[in-house]
Structures are given as structure tokens and as C-alpha cells.
Design a protein around this ligand. Structure first.
Ligand code: AQP
Length: 327
């Protein structure tokens, strides 16, 4: 069975961008692949989170992954820092990665811009740790959103370099494209992000979501209810693409174009449709939250399997690069 690996950062609450862009795929792919899904807490340290908040976020993100339908009996679900081999391999790969390659990473530039007070080395070497996350499990495929494609290209380059220098060791990981590679934020300007305050939370109630939707950008040319709108340029209409049936979308588009349907009503319909997805996830999350020991056991089981696989890889890597004492 081919293998996939993917991760999610515990940097805040999961949002519908993470759900549509990543988790929906994870659930689909766990049936076809030997899947490794990680809550990548070492990556989250690049944002210097409050320790208690980080611990909480790790649990909440794990709960979100499971509540979305990832089955720990099928997939290996684990926390990155429970497998120390990630950082060991990252160091080996860092020693193979030219500075210039990392300098080109747009996410580093973007994140440095958004946290100018904390442009740390971890933020810069983040893609190398991400490469280690993938190749540690010798993954063939990696499901990611559009924002991660450049990092994946770097991972492939690193694999080629390692295999060239030390002999064929890792498969070159291929991207599995998401059906929702870039879900936009409520601002309609940047991708939905945990740290940008532009998100619809996966665990939010319908009331909380509606409150956020009220202030969300729509067709900028539609200033009054009586103005005719253009659904194709409306961010809210793009969300309908993920949550609303085709026939209702056609009705909404016609109502918007003719000014028969106002933006608030359009948002209410979206909120209702989202709730049919988010409601059951919220219920499963509440159930998981009420049994913390079960969650611990799931994550410990996942970590044990991940460590065993990671150690197999590291034994090979250490031997190839010349680490360890051997006669
Ligand atoms: N807006 C998005 N649209 C589609 N996919 C998305 N992903 C994230 N945002 C969107 C995908 O979700 C997975 C996990 O992402 P992550 O938590 O590891 O990091 P991220 O991409 O940096 O997500 P955020 O929410 O933007 O986090 P912060 O604000 O902390 O940087 C990945 O597969 C990602 O592609």
C-alpha cells in the first residue's frame, strides 16, 4: 500500500479552510493509503505560542482531525514532538539544503512580514523540518493546499539531492491536489488562516458563524440590496460552492443577478448549509473532549507506530551519512 503523510499546525482553531483544503482529503485518502497524519507542534513553536495555549491547541486540533472523520484505526494519528526523529532528520537535511533555496520560500517572506517582531531561524528552516516530516515515513504522496506546494517542491529537490549524494533512500513525494486548494478568508483578500483573524471556525456554532458572515465581504459593486450583483466575484458565493447543492446555487445566482435576493439572506442560507456539516463535527468533538484519556490513548498508539517507522528510516539514514560508531 502506498503511503501518504500530511500535517496540521496547532496554531489556533481549525477553520473551514483546513477542513475543505486538508481534512476532507485525509478522510477520503485514509481508505486508499497507509496514512500518517500529524499535529505538527514543533512547527507551531515558530510563532512562540504561550505553552499552555499550545498544549490546549494540540488537543483541540487532534479532536478536530478525529471529529472530521479521520479514523485512528485506519490512519496513524500522532503529535510530531512525540517522535524525536523528526528533528534529528531535519538537521541532517539542513546540512544538505543550500541557503539560497530557503531564501526563495514565499511563505517565509509572508510570515516574516506578519510577525516582524519574531523572525526566528525556525521560521526560516521550517520547510526543511517539513521535508523531514514527509520523508521520515518514506511517503509517496502528500495531500496539501496550494500554500504548501512550493515547500513540496523543495522537499522533492532535497530528496533528489540526498539520493544523489548518499544513494537511493527516499521516494520523491508527489503532491495530491486538494479539491479546495485555496479557501479565501472572510476578508476576501487573503487565504483563510488561523493567525489572520479571517476565519470561520470549524467548531463555531451557527450563531457565531452568522455573526462573522454579517461583516464578510461580498460583491464590492453591490452596495444596496437593490443593486444587481455578480455572483462570480462574490467571496460568499464561492463558499456556497462547497456547502450548497447545485440547484440552490443556481437559485442564489439568479436571485443575486436580478437583485431579488439580498446578501444577508444569501449569507443566512450559507450559514444553514454550513451547519449541516459543522453541527455533526461539533457533536463528535464534544464527545471526544469528554473522554480525555481515550484521546491520550489514540495519540500514544499513533506515536508508537510513527516512532517505529521513523526509527527504521533513521537507522538507514545514520548508516548512509556516516553517523554512529561501527567497526
Ligand atoms: N485557506 C486554506 N485553503 C485551503 N487549504 C488550506 N490549508 C490551510 N489553509 C487553507 C491547508 O490545511 C493544512 C494544514 O495547514 P497548517 O495548519 O499546517 O498551516 P497553514 O497552511 O499555515 O494554515 P493556517 O491556517 O494558515 O495556519 P497559520 O495561520 O498558523 O499559518 C495544509 O494542508 C494547508 O495547505
Amino acid at each position: 500500500m502506498a503511503r501518504i503523510m500530511s500535517g496540521v499546525q496547532p496554531t489556533g482553531n481549525l477553520h473551514i479552510g483546513n477542513y475543505l483544503g486538508a481534512l476532507v482529503n485525509w478522510v477520503r485518502l485514509q481508505a486508499e493509503y497507509d496514512a500518517f497524519f500529524s499535529i505538527v507542534d514543533l512547527h507551531a513553536l515558530t510563532q512562540r505560542p504561550d505553552p499552555e495555549a499550545l498544549r490546549r491547541a494540540v488537543r483541540e486540533v487532534a479532536i478536530g482531525v478525529l471529529a472530521s472523520g479521520v479514523d485512528p484505526d485506519r490512519a496513524t494519528v500522532f503529535v510530531q514532538s512525540h517522535v524525536p526523529q523528526h528533528t534529528e532528520l531535519a538537521w541532517v537535511l539542513m546540512c544538505l539544503t543550500p541557503l539560497g533555496d530557503l531564501n526563495r520560500m514565499t511563505q517565509f517572506k509572508d510570515k516574516s512580514h506578519h510577525q516582524p517582531e519574531n523572525v526566528n531561524t525556525g521560521l526560516f528552516t521550517y520547510p526543511v523540518l517539513q521535508t523531514a516530516d514527509i520523508v521520515l515515513y518514506r511517503a509517496d504522496r502528500v495531500p496539501v493546499g496550494e500554500d504548501q506546494e512550493q515547500h513540496l517542491e523543495l522537499a522533492r529537490e532535497t530528496v533528489r539531492r540526498f539520493n544523489h549524494v548518499y544513494g537511493e533512500t527516499f521516494p520523491e513525494p508527489q503532491v495530491v491536489k486538494s479539491n479546495a486548494p485555496r479557501v479565501m478568508g472572510l476578508d476576501g483578500e487573503s487565504k483563510m488562516s488561523k493567525s489572520r483573524n479571517n476565519e470561520i471556525g470549524l467548531f463555531e456554532t451557527a450563531d457565531e458563524t452568522m455573526q462573522k458572515l454579517r461583516g464578510a465581504k461580498t460583491d464590492p459593486a453591490r452596495l444596496r440590496k437593490t443593486d444587481k450583483g455578480t455572483p462570480e466575484v462574490c467571496n460568499i458565493f464561492s463558499y456556497h460552492g462547497f456547502f450548497t447543492s447545485e440547484s440552490q446555487r443556481e437559485e442564489i445566482a439568479a436571485g443575486c443577478r436580478s437583485a431579488q435576493l439580498g446578501c444577508v439572506d444569501c449569507k443566512k442560507m450559507l450559514c444553514q448549509n454550513m451547519e449541516t456539516v459543522k453541527g455533526p463535527i461539533r457533536e463528535r468533538a464534544a464527545e471526544l473532549r469528554s473522554k480525555p484519556k481515550d484521546l491520550d490513548a489514540i495519540l500514544e498508539r499513533g506515536a508508537a507506530r510513527a516512532r517505529a517507522e521513523a526509527e527504521k528510516t533513521m537507522e538507514m539514514v545514520r548508516a548512509r551519512v556516516g553517523l554512529g560508531v561501527r567497526a
